[in-house]
Design a protein around this ligand. Structure first.
Ligand SMILES: Nc1ncnc2c1ncn2[C@@H]1O[C@H](COP(=O)(O)OP(=O)(O)OP(=O)(O)O)[C@@H](O)[C@H]1O
Ligand SMILES: [Mg+2]
Length: 375
């Protein structure tokens, strides 16, 4: 063999071994690789691509590469258009053999041979389900931080306004009472005075509620309290209100630990359950039942208040905790905002959902509990 021939053989061997190495690397890659003709017929897939999409390699060879995407995500770029882009990078949605959808990050390259004739399209495809989930979690976290900040500013602002308005209101209320004493028996004035009294009273309550939203818990009022005492006190208070008359409250205790203790501002937690009972009775028919259930999961208690009322439309479910959101003519829309504020200040959470099956809805309050032996 001449020198040039043996050099040619050597170079050929080197090329082959590089190609083999490349093939092994592509086979072992955790990222899916597909090579198809310019018309999209699959010529090669690595194992990761087949497994990601729930197929065997054999099942995919010869198929149209659109097998990987649901119809609405088929892209319409031609070979030439992809070639012009150089590298076409995008996120999309793919579909597994069992119909499950998942997000992917894709890179496509349209390759031509040395004569400029289309050789094929190479696509690298990565399942980005975990990345997307992490991104969603991050966004949710950011959103809740933003909401908390917003509520803090809102609380400070409203507390300031409410504080300023409360004193003149009390003065108007006192003057109205004095006028009542002087003129209350004169029919000409009575209806005006009653009207002023009702409206001022309403404004005073609104100011109290607004002040409540801006207030943090007072540490010295936090004590070890029996949850059942708090619930019973809230029911007693509620029983003194007119709408309570036509409803019955049942408490089901499904808790391993009885009594249950929480670290709480007793009055504030009473207000939470009073607000929930008020809402339940305002939105459910006379004679219907309101059920309170107390459950325990480890160091958390879950108290639910379920009614048999109207329930809440799905578009409003996410809005009911917003301050001033109300569909009641006489409501201020602060009841549930106060509930959320107080429960979260106690380290708990509130959720609302419609009953399944309907009618009615259920509010769930979770709170951390303490061991009986803890002081
Ligand atoms: N148990 C319930 N059943 C149906 N809808 C409810 C229930 N609880 C709350 N809602 C809806 O959520 C809205 C907000 O409730 P929220 O208690 O915050 O305000 P409100 O009851 O309207 O006024 P208030 O400030 O007097 O409590 C209500 O207007 C109502 O549309
Ligand atoms: Mg209410």
């Amino acid at each position: 063999m001449s020198d040039t021939t043996s050099m040619g053989v050597e170079q050929g061997d080197q090329k082959n071994s590089i190609l083999r190495l490349l093939k092994e690397a592509i086979e072992a890659l955790p990222i899916g690789i597909t090579v198809s003709t310019e018309h999209g017929k699959i010529l090669y897939v690595n194992l990761a691509e087949a497994i990601n999409h729930g197929y065997t390699v054999e099942e995919l060879i010869g198929k149209d590469f659109r097998i990987f995407a649901p119809e609405e995500h088929w892209n319409s770029l031609s070979f030439e258009e992809i070639h012009l882009k150089g590298i076409w990078k995008r996120e999309s949605i793919h579909i597994r053999k069992n119909g499950e959808l998942f997000p992917v990050q894709m890179i496509s390259i349209a390759v031509k041979d040395s004569e400029g004739i289309p050789a094929g399209i190479v696509v690298a495809c990565e399942d980005i389900t975990y990345r997307k989930k992490a991104e969603e979690e991050f966004m949710k976290h950011q959103e809740s931080l933003y909401q908390r900040e917003k509520m803090k500013v809102y609380g400070q602002l409203t507390a300031g306004v409410a504080h300023e308005v409360r004193n003149p209101l009390n003065a108007i209320l006192a003057i109205t009472e004095a006028l009542f004493l002087d003129l209350g028996d004169k029919p000409d004035f009575q209806s005006y005075l009653t009207h002023i009294h009702i409206q001022v009273d309403r404004l005073s309550r609104l100011m109290e509620d607004l002040l409540e939203l801006g207030k943090p818990l007072i540490q010295s009022r936090l004590k070890k309290e029996s949850l059942f005492d708090i619930l019973n006190s809230a029911i007693d208070l509620w029983n003194q209100l007119p709408p309570s008359l036509s409803h019955k409250v049942h408490i089901d205790v499904l808790s391993a630990q009885n009594p249950l203790y929480v670290i709480a501002d007793n009055q504030k937690l009473q207000q939470v359950f009073l607000n929930l009972l008020e809402n339940a009775s305002q939105h459910s028919p006379e004679g219907s039942e309101i059920r309170m259930k107390v459950l325990q999961y480890g160091s958390t208690t879950l108290i639910s208040v379920a009614d048999e009322g109207t329930g809440i439309t799905s578009e409003n479910l996410s809005r009911v905790f917003e301050p001033f959101y109300t569909v009641r003519k006489k409501g201020t829309g602060l009841g549930l905002s106060i509930v959320k504020h107080i429960v979260e200040a106690h380290g708990g959470h509130v959720r609302i959902r419609n009953n399944d099956p309907m009618p009615g809805c259920t509010i769930e309050v979770s709170l951390p509990i303490i061991e009986e032996t803890t002081i």
